[in-house]
Design a binder for this molecule. Structure first.
Ligand SMILES: Nc1ncnc2c1ncn2[C@@H]1O[C@H](COP(=O)(O)OP(=O)(O)OP(=O)(O)O)[C@@H](O)[C@H]1O
Length: 338
């Protein structure tokens, strides 16, 4: 099992990763997300042994790396999948996957599993981006690594292909039973694919948790906003309930026990109804999302909340509407920001 403790990484005098702790479970897929420059790729490179670490320890059981005890990449039993595929251009698909393998049956297994049979004898230049990434993944898994690191494997692909390939990659990793750390820019991808999600800000983990908890009970407002559309409304919190201007809901205090709070609202927590009477807000903007519309509504108190409605509900900026809260799951509440 890969364990990382108190890991810090510097570039010169610049500390870019601080005090990282994590345990990667057997066949677990851990998604790492965070804004650009927060240190995601740096962490992967350090785990692979491509850059030195400044403090802490990386331990796989069969090897252990510290600032003084370096372990070269080829001794780490790690597989890496990059966004640029990194295939040998002069070798065929089959040769790329079987490169330096003693047992070609393992290569055949992954060629079949990743649907590459028809491309066996082709060179990478003649393949699509999605096919190249399948080859890269097959080559990685055929070497039976103890863990896999994926650095934005889908970022060079178009949206439709991404959607399919992310599930194929997840299924292949699970079939191989190999744990993985997967860096992505895409919050939806992180939430849907990951067994756990780690949210980074400026080289520090803000939350390392299940996708559900990261989304519904974020450790702080940064995580709340980073993982999806979030609005906050003033409320009073006591006895596991929050009272707000648009409804009372079950609540969970993240950093407080009771008192004046800000309640985290996801668009699906806010119900929007169009009618003549009882309206309490005005639509500020509307974004069409295909199957739904995301609407921002300004309340009398000037707070703006967002609500997701069916695409069948046609709303325009300037419309008067009624918004309310009626959730059965507890909403996260935070001590009131001053
Ligand atoms: N070789 C390097 N030398 C000096 N600083 C570096 C080097 N590589 C990265 N950095 C800096 O370290 C920080 C973390 O970079 P890193 O590439 O890990 O971020 P990231 O989260 O992967 O970003 P992105 O999402 O844009 O890929 C950034 O401030 C970056 O400028």
């Amino acid at each position: 099992m890969l364990s990382v403790s108190q890991l810090s990484i510097d570039y010169g005098s610049n500390r870019v990763v601080s005090d990282l702790n994590l345990l990667l479970g057997e066949s677990e897929i851990l998604m790492l997300v965070g804004p650009t420059g927060c240190g995601k790729s740096t962490i992967l490179q350090a785990l692979a042994g491509l850059i030195p670490i400044s403090e802490g320890e990386i331990n796989l059981g069969k090897w252990q790396a510290t600032p003084k005890l370096t372990v070269p990449p080829e001794k780490r039993s790690v597989g890496m999948v990059f966004q640029d595929f990194a295939l040998f251009p002069h070798l065929t698909v089959e040769q790329n996957i079987g490169f330096r393998l003693k047992d070609t049956a393992v290569a055949d297994h992954w060629i079949a599993l990743l649907g590459l049979d028809d491309f066996r004898h082709k060179k990478p230049a003649t393949l699509s981006g999605g096919q190249k990434q399948r080859v890269a993944l097959a080559r990685t898994l055929a070497h039976q690594p103890d863990f896999v690191l994926l650095d934005e494997p889908l970022s060079n692909l178009d949206a439709a292909l991404k959607d399919m390939l992310r599930w194929d990659i997840r299924n292949a990793l699970k079939k191989a039973g190999v744990p993985a750390i997967w860096v992505t820019h895409d919050q939806e991808e992180a939430l849907s694919i990951g067994d756990r999600v780690g949210v980074l800000k400026a080289g520090k983990i803000q939350q390392l948790d299940t996708p559900e908890r990261c989304f519904s009970v974020p450790n702080n407002r940064f995580v709340a906003r980073f993982l999806g559309e979030a609005s906050f409304i003033n409320g009073f919190f006591e006895n596991n309930q929050a009272t707000t201007a648009i409804g009372n809901v079950p609540a969970l205090g993240v950093d407080c026990q009771q008192g004046e709070v800000d309640v985290l609202l996801r668009p699906d927590d806010v119900m929007l109804v169009q009618g003549e009477i009882g309206n309490n807000g005005v639509v500020v903007w509307v974004r069409f999302e295909g199957g739904s519309r995301l609407c921002a509504v300004e309340l009398a108190c000037k707070t703006v909340v967002t609500s997701r409605v069916s695409h069948e509900v046609v709303v325009y900026p300037g419309d008067s509407v009624h918004v309310s809260l009626s959730t059965s799951h507890p909403l996260a509440v935070y001590k009131r920001a001053i």
